[in-house]
Every structure is written in structure tokens, then in C-alpha cells.
Design a binder for this molecule. Structure first.
Ligand SMILES: [Zn+2]
Length: 353
């Protein structure tokens, strides 16, 4: 069974691979194994052999880093839909919030980001976030009381746990459901220990509770063959179903949201989501059109290999060359991720991407 495909061009901007440079250091040799190993198991091949075939390049045009060859449509479906259909980081963030009141880690912190947004756009009255609802401002600014709306729901179970999901994801909650009250008590004890550790490390939600999601906040799930999309579920519910219980959040769709007038939304959030899209530049242009300000959080190199491409800070600094009138401002970086404001004043000039 063929699992890889060679496009011969940058998957972000279509610039030919023959004109791009190899960059062996851009992707971790073994990064992303937990996502790709179910695929290798199903196909009865050695995972390291599969990963070793993926060569990494830096696009000379858009400055994205990408893998070629990479998973073909069949292999993507077997990875994101059936093999490991759970976005680890998102669900872990949700668990840490409901159990311990922790908010997603973003460079510079959510308080600082909120203040900078208000400095840029004034009143922050409307917000739209795309892709995964548990990585950015929706979870970071949600009233903590909303966590009870999630935990009070009826009995639930893992939708599709893989061996790795058992080990790495939500072990306390998994075992609550699987075993007895004794385990539940042990897990509560472990949570107390974790909370103490959080306090010692200075990681606690209390510092962020001053701010609230705008009254008009919208979450937009995105379909992509490089992403878990609406298939991503845990506790018997999709992330979309869970976030729709948050008090200020409306769940909508990409076609519906794009009917908005130019700069209708004060702010849009793309938190580690562009690098999972089939059409990242088209999506970014659409979001820039309907929002005064776009907050983009993106991984920096080295990337892991469940990503076809990585959009590091080089890509964002280069964006004004790709999108006319685009302005970039670095908000923070923590060694793993960078946070940018991206905006276009006035009408977006349409043209080739
Ligand atoms: Zn490119």
C-alpha cells in the first residue's frame, strides 16, 4: 500500500521543490511518532523507515518548511480519522482547565495578549476563533464556572482511544471511568499534588480571571485532511459539542462566517491551526478580510512529522511579500511557539498566492 506522495511543490504556496533548498534540521527525525505509529502498524511497515523517506525543504518563496514526500490522502485519513483521531494538546488543555483551572500556555501569557489587543483595536467586543477551541482565547478567557457545564454532563467515555492515547492522554479521567471509586480518590489526590506543583511553578489561573470573552464570540471548526477536524472527540463528545456549552460561544461554519462584512470582527484567533490546513493562505486571506486583527500562534522549528509543513517565524516575517498590505507584529515567543498580530488595513488586494 502506497502511503506517501510527492507533489513536487511547496504545499503552502506551490513554489516548485526544484527551486527550494533541503533543510534537514527543520523537522525532528522522530517527532510525531505517536500520531504516525498506528498508520505504520496497520500497513505493517517500520515507522522509522517511513519517516526517513520524508525529506525536509525550506520554500524560497513563502519561507514555509515542508516535508516531501509526505502522507498521501489515504494515509492522512488513516492517521487523523482512524489511527490517532485525537488532538493531544487540545484535550490536554481542556483537562488541565477543568481539573486544575489552568489556561493554555501562550507566549507572553493571555493577560498580556489581551492588553495588547485592547491597545490595538480599542473595545474588544467580537471575536472569532478557528480550528481547535482549546488552544487560544476561547479557553483562556472562558469563565471558570463554565467548566462545570462540561463536567456535569452525563456519563461519557473515550470515543476512540489508541494505545498511545491511553498512556498519554487524560490518564486520570480515563481511569475514573474505567475503574472504581478508589482509583477516583487516588486521582483526586494526584490532582492536589499537581495543583501544588502548579502553584510552586507559578502557573495558576487566578491571574487571568480579570478578563472575559467578548459577548459575541464564535468558534468555527475547520475541515482539513491534515487535521483531526470535527472527527476529534473525547468523553463521548466532539470538541465542537463541548465548546458550544461555553456561555458566550456560538459555533458556526466557515461559509457562514465569511459572509461578514470587511473587518466585521474585532479580533480573530488562529492558534496552531494554519499549519494543519489544506489551504492555509486562502484561509488566512479570508480571516484577514473579516477581522481587524488576526492573532496567529505558530510552532517554530523543529517541527514534528504529523505536520506536512511548518509555519515558523520566518514565514510570518515574509508574509508582507505574499499578501499585499499585510502588517506583522511579533507579540511573544517562548522557544517553541511564536505569537503574531497579522492585519491588513482597508480592502485586501486579490491576486495570486
Ligand atoms: Zn511556499
Amino acid at each position: 500500500m502506497q502511503l506517501l506522495e510527492t507533489l513536487g511543490k511547496c504545499p503552502v504556496c506551490s513554489f516548485p521543490t526544484g527551486s527550494n533548498n533541503k533543510r534537514d534540521d527543520a523537522f525532528e527525525i522522530r517527532g510525531g511518532r505517536e500520531y504516525l505509529s498506528p498508520l505504520a502498524d496497520t500497513a505493517k511497515i517500520v515507522l522509522d523507515d517511513l519517516m526517513a523517506q520524508m525529506q525536509s525543504y525550506e520554500c524560497s518563496n513563502c519561507r514555509a518548511f515542508y516535508l516531501e514526500p509526505w502522507l498521501n490522502p489515504y494515509a492522512r485519513s488513516r492517521t487523523f480519522i482512524t489511527g490517532h483521531p485525537i488532538h493531544n494538546v487540545g484535550w490536554r488543555n481542556l483537562q488541565q482547565w477543568t481539573e486544575r483551572g489552568l489556561i493554555p500556555e501562550i507566549p507572553g501569557g493571555i493577560d498580556s495578549l489581551y492588553e495588547r489587543i485592547r491597545t490595538r483595536v480599542g473595545n474588544f467586543n467580537s471575536y472569532v476563533e478557528f480550528g481547535c477551541p482549546f488552544q487560544g482565547l476561547i479557553l483562556g478567557l472562558a469563565p471558570y464556572e463554565d467548566s462545570e457545564l462540561l463536567t456535569r454532563t452525563s456519563a461519557s467515555q473515550f470515543a476512540m482511544p489508541t494505545k498511545h492515547a491511553h498512556r498519554r492522554l487524560l490518564p486520570p479521567l480515563y481511569w475514573y471511568l474505567k475503574l472504581s471509586n478508589n482509583i477516583f480518590r487516588l486521582s483526586q489526590f494526584l490532582t492536589v499534588i499537581r495543583k501544588t506543583r502548579d502553584r510552586i511553578r507559578g502557573r495558576h489561573q487566578s491571574s487571568a480571571s480579570v478578563f472575559r470573552l467578548p459577548e459575541r464570540s464564535t468558534f468555527v471548526p475547520l475541515q482539513s485532511s491534515r487535521f483531526w477536524s470535527t472527527n476529534c472527540s473525547m468523553f463521548g463528545a466532539s470538541c465542537t459539542a463541548l465548546v458550544s456549552r461555553f456561555s458566550n460561544v456560538t459555533v458556526s461554519t466557515r461559509p457562514e462566517i465569511l459572509k461578514a462584512e470587511t473587518h466585521y470582527y474585532d479580533v480573530a484567533g488562529l492558534f496552531n491551526v494554519l499549519d494543519h490546513q489544506d489551504d492555509p493562505l486562502i484561509l488566512l486571506r479570508e480571516v484577514l478580510k473579516i477581522s481587524k486583527l488576526v492573532v496567529c500562534m505558530s510552532h517554530d522549528a523543529p517541527f514534528s512529522r504529523q505536520h506536512n509543513f511548518g509555519l515558523g517565524r520566518e514565514f510570518f516575517y515574509n508574509l508582507p511579500r505574499i499578501i499585499d498590505g499585510c502588517e506583522i507584529e511579533l507579540i511573544g515567543e517562548d522557544g517553541a511557539n511564536s505569537l503574531f498580530f497579522v492585519s491588513v488595513q482597508g480592502e485586501l488586494v486579490h491576486g495570486a498566492i
